[in-house]
Design a protein around this ligand. Structure first.
Ligand code: ATP
Ligand code: MG
Length: 221
């Protein structure tokens, strides 16, 4: 049985993540895809939201959706989140023969060379690169050289347990958590960008709210 995982900050989770996750799961013919919030996403600005809230929003989003699960292993491990550690854990759990697929968007893929021990990821898993509006599927030149000959299509990649890079067109939704946080900080509506249960959680817990008496946020992150 293969394992499919999708890492992110999920601050907050939105339909761009969720629709992509559904399509990756279907393309892989996997029983479930696990969405894993990072404890400390050390490569980017730190989330202003507590890890428990990011997890709770994710759980609310996938509740009752077949095949999508929230996996809190990176939060339980704590500290800087290194995907190589996560994939090593999963590999130890399932053994060497079954494929592990790690899904990331094209924007994340372009930064792969900055990830800790990024080459080792390919000893542990296949990487599925999901198309994302505004980004080309292209890694930096060193990574591209490393990946030469590793490109594969589905289901052929499943012949190996790890080591392939698989490009996957998914429905293009130009939604980002940065944009959602900005809208909320400006007091704007976020309906139809994320599931109602997530919006409800945000409202009940007063997350991402406008700071009183502050000028509206501009377009910078
Ligand atoms: P932020 O704006 O805070 O960076 P984000 O919307 O990019 O948030 P992340 O949690 O950073 O969300 O993304 C987690 C993973 O999901 C990354 O691999 C990213 O490329 C992918 N992803 C996020 N949004 C989309 C989308 N709209 N379409 C496809 N992939 C996406
Ligand atoms: Mg992002």
């Amino acid at each position: 049985m293969s394992v499919a995982v999708f890492g992110g900050t999920f601050d907050p989770v939105h339909f761009g993540h969720l629709r992509a996750a559904v399509e990756v799961r279907e393309a892989l013919n996997a029983k479930v895809i696990r969405l894993m919030p990072a404890a400390i996403p050390w490569l980017k600005d730190q989330p202003g939201t507590r890890p428990e809230d990011r997890l709770a929003m994710l759980q609310a989003a996938v509740r009752d959706i077949d095949g999508l699960e929230a996996d809190d292993r990176e939060l339980r491990r704590g500290g800087n989140t290194y995907t190589v550690d996560t994939l090593q854990e999963l590999r130890t759990e399932i053994g060497d023969s079954e494929p592990i697929y790690f899904a990331m968007g094209a924007d994340a893929f372009s930064q792969l060379h900055r990830w800790r021990e990024w080459q080792a990821l390919f000893d542990l898993a296949h990487i599925v690169v999901m198309h994302r509006p505004g980004y080309r599927v292209q890694a930096d030149p060193v990574t591209e050289r490393f990946l030469a000959g590793r490109q594969a299509t589905l289901p052929l990649a499943a012949r190996d347990a790890a080591g392939r890079v698989i490009e996957l067109p998914v429905t293009q939704l130009e939604i980002s958590a940065t944009d959602i946080r900005r809208r909320l900080a400006n007091g704007q509506a976020v309906e139809f960008l994320m599931p109602p249960a997530v919006i409800q959680y945000i409202n009940v817990h007063g997350l991402y709210q406008p700071v009183p008496n502050q000028a509206k946020c501009g377009s910078n992150d």
